[in-house]
Structure formats: C-alpha cells, structure tokens
Design a protein around this ligand. Structure first.
Ligand code: UDX
Length: 463
C-alpha cells in the first residue's frame, strides 16, 4: 500500500544542508537515507570543508559551496579546541549566504523534479531568509536532544535571573526552572565572547520558530515533556522520528577519519560485557593532565578498554606521545587505542560492557540503542544537559561530577558500573530503554507514525 502511494505521488526532491561537523553530518545523511527510502530524491548542499564523500552515497546528488572562512579558522574540527566552534558557526552563517543562494538558484532547483522543501541544520539560521526569498518551505533538523534545546528559549530569563553567564561560585546550585539541572549543567560553552554565543542561540531559536517544522533524532517516549514544551513555545510541527541509525536501511559511513577495523577484531578476543569503550566524540579536547589521569584510571580498573584518541585532541600533542613508555605493553593486550572507531558497530558488539562518553547526542542515542550503560564526562553545550538526564532522569549511566578528572574517581566509577549492584540496575534500565527505542520504529510505533506524518507534511508543503 505504501509502495502504491509512493508510485502515485509525484516524485519530489529534497535539498538537505548539513553543518560541516561529524556530529551533524552523520544524522543529516542518515535522515537523507530514511527520506530517500520514502521515495524522495535527495540533493545535499555541503560546505567545502569537512565534506561528506559523495562516492559513499551514490543515490544522492551533491553540490559543494565555498566556506569563505579565514585561514586561521581552517584547522580541521578534529584537532581544534572547542572555543573555535562558536566563531566558525557564526562566520559560516555570514560567509555562506551568497554561495548557498547561488547554488540553490543555479543548480539545486534546476531539475525536472520539483523541490518540496529545504531541510537545514538548525544552526544555519541564515537559511531562513534565503529560503523565504525563494519561496522555498524550510524544515530544520536539530541534531541534539530536545531536552537540551528546550533550555535555549529561556536564555533571556536565565540571564535576567543571574544563572548566566555561569559563575564558578554557583556551579552546584539547582536551576529551579529546569529540574534536575544544576547551573553547571546549562547548555553553554566556555568562551571569551559569551554575547556572541547568546546571540547565535537567539537567532537559532527565532529562525527555528519561523520554520515549517523540526525533525529530531529522538523518540517521543524518551523526551516527551521537552518535546511538548518546545511545541508549545514554538507552535510548529515536531517530528521525533529517531533513532535514525536503526531503521534497518543500508547506511554508508560518513566518517571524516578512517574507521579502524582493528577495534572489532580486538573486541572479538574479549569476554562478553567486559570492555569499557571510551570516546569523547569529534570536537572535545583534553588537557595533558586529563589524558594521563584517564590512562591511569583505565589501567587501574583492571578491565579491558578500547579507547578512541583522535589525533591532536590532546593539547600540545600529536597523538599518544604523552603516554609513559611501555604503557600499553604493560597491560598485555588489555587496552587497545585507535584514532577513530566504527562506533555504531563497536557499541553493538557483545564484548562492550560500558561506554565512557562525552554525552554528545549521537553517542548517547547510539549507546541507548545497544543497551550500553554510560559513564558521562560532558564538555560543553548540550552534552551538559544530556549527561544530567542520563544519570538522573533516565538513570542509564553515571556522571563524573568532579570538574577535575582524577584517576581514583575514574576507577571508582568504572567499578560502580561494571561490578556493583547499582551498575546492574543501570544495565537493566538501559536494556528496557533499548527495547523501547527499537519498538518506536516498528509499525504503529511513535517514530513510525511521526515519519509518516513528516512524509505527508512534506508533500503538503509542495502544493
Ligand atoms: C557534537 C554535540 O555534542 C552533539 O550533541 C551534537 O548533536 C553534534 O555535535 P560530537 O562531539 O560530534 O557532537 O559527538 P556526537 O554527537 O556523539 O557524534 C559523534 C559521531 O561520531 C557519532 O555518530 C559516533 O558514532 C561517531 N564516531 C565517534 C565514530 O564513528 N567513531 C569514533 O571513534 C567516535
């Protein structure tokens, strides 16, 4: 019946525009795959740095546009510090306006198939004005949790009440408007120019409000109250159709770095539920001291670990030079370190017993979907909120509360999760959440229904 409906409907094209960062490209290309399976043709407009590889996605049409960033900003995100992120996004919202408009008018829209709408990363707020000027409907993809986004519209109130800018003396205070968040959990980033960050967030909220709807990589049962709150405040349709990567479709990798397959062959040699998988995503960086405390915390835990250390993700170091001589050898095969892993496969591996994560939203969803309990060490923005929800609301992980990483704390957390009763209870809860996540996608499940309504919504926008 669905195939019949697809045949009868005119084939429409969608133009998708991802932010050039790993945690944004992955869900956008997964979304593209899902919508392609629903009978839409796909055009991806991307910026010419951190670009996706078109040959991995032969069914999509790709158009590259220049970034226009000054040279000093052009260090790859895989090595740069978190402070650059806000400047880069702010710049891109200015420098790509004209190339994006030109691409839409001269290439992307010039096709036999009518373009139904643009689906833009929500952080590209400038796309609203461009889409409006071309009378092109615009949906946004928000790649974070709804729970963290829900705090953004309240920034003016949080500023007025003095929660923001965050002061070190108030970190442990509860934010009464957003229980159970504490001041230290607010979705902000350490930056010299907080006003720029607030301005960016304010634009993202207002231009999202002006869109024809928000697509989320989440499921309703997980984030119902945040989704309801956002729907009330923004008065636009909401489409929580996640988890994107679990639709049983043939996804291709969109990793910028080579996924080291030795991660899997090494996991094959480890007992079930024994390994701690450690990865802090694609942007976060560590200090020298943090890196060494993590190394010793893992070593002292006496459990096997698979650790992703991105090149240049430790201040002042290329890769592993800071490890003491013979560190890995002394562990006799108990530790394996790679530059980048096939993370979704790793989390699905039976040997993995816990995920020590920075609580990026993709990582959090991927962990939940495989029933893997988490140890959370957030770095910035949404990760702060996600980690509080993982530990205190969904109760599927533990959070390292101490701002300073210390090997003794790390060892205690690992022991709690892997060897104690509390860890067993957490494992049981995350396993239930995994079942829920998978059920959502089945016929009649919430994400299944939202995807149907998204497809209908897109067709209605085209008329
Ligand atoms: C950041 C934010 O924290 C996140 O919440 C936001 O939605 C996007 O930007 P990032 O640091 O990239 O994200 O983390 P995360 O959202 O977890 O995304 C990382 C992606 O890279 C995941 O899909 C993960 O599977 C993948 N990955 C990570 C690998 O494939 N291999 C690795 O070794 C590490």
């Amino acid at each position: 019946m669905e195939q019949q409906q697809q045949k009868e409907r005119k084939r429409l094209r969608l133009v998708l525009f991802p932010l050039p960062a790993q945690g944004h490209i992955n869900p956008m290309l997964e979304l593209a795959t899902i919508l392609h399976s629903k009978g839409f043709s796909i055009t991806i407009i991307h910026i010419n740095f951190n670009s996706p590889n078109p040959s991995n996605h032969p069914h999509f049409t790709f158009h590259s546009i220049p970034h226009g960033l000054p040279d000093h900003m052009l260090k790859p995100t895989t090595g740069s510090g978190t402070k650059d992120v806000i400047s880069i996004i702010t710049h891109l919202n200015i420098t790509t306006v004209e190339p994006f408009r030109e691409c839409l008018t001269s290439n992307a829209l010039d096709d036999d198939e009518p373009v139904a709408c643009l689906i833009s990363d929500a952080m590209f707020h400038f796309t609203r004005a461009v889409a409006d000027s071309l009378k092109l409907p615009r949906l946004v993809l928000r790649t974070t949790s709804a729970t963290s986004f829900n705090v953004f519209p309240a920034f003016p109130l949080l500023l007025q009440k003095g929660y923001l800018p965050v002061q070190d003396s108030r970190l442990e205070e509860p934010v009464v408007e957003f229980p159970p968040l504490k001041v230290k959990d607010l979705p902000v980033i350490e930056t010299q120019y907080p006003e720029k960050f607030y301005e960016l967030i304010s634009r993202v909220v207002s231009e999202t409000k002006a869109s024809s709807g928000i697509i989320w990589n989440t499921f309703e049962e997980l984030e119902q109250s945040a989704l309801d709150s956002i729907a009330n405040q923004l008065s636009i349709p909401m489409f929580p159709i996640g988890p994107f990567h679990k639709y049983n479709l043939a996804y291709s990798s969109s990793s910028f770095l080579v996924e080291d397959q030795s991660s899997i062959s090494w996991l094959n040699t480890q007992p079930p539920n024994s390994v701690i998988y450690v990865s802090f995503g694609s942007v976060a960086v560590l200090s020298e001291t943090e890196f060494l405390e993590i190394a010793w915390g893992l070593a002292n835990s006496n459990l096997p670990f698979l650790w992703v250390v991105r090149p240049r993700s430790i201040h002042g170091s290329e890769w592993l030079e800071l490890l003491p001589n013979g560190f890995l050898e002394s562990l006799r095969g108990r530790g394996h370190i790679v530059k980048w892993a096939p993370q979704q496969q790793v989390l699905a591996h039976l040997a993995v017993g816990a995920f020590w994560t920075h609580s990026g939203w993709n990582s959090t969803m991927e962990s939940i979907c495989e029933g893997v309990p988490m140890i959370c060490k957030p770095s910035f923005i949404d990760q702060n909120v996600n980690s509080r929800y993982v530990s205190h609301v969904w109760k599927v992980g533990v959070k390292l509360e101490n701002g300073i990483l210390e090997r003794g704390d790390i060892e205690r957390m690992i022991t709690k999760l892997m060897r104690e009763k509390e860890g067993e209870e957490i494992r049981c809860r995350v396993s239930k959440l995994k079942d829920m996540a998978i059920s959502c996608l089945k016929h009649g499940g919430t994400s299944y229904k939202y995807l149907d309504s998204l497809v209908n919504h897109i067709h209605s926008l085209a008329h």
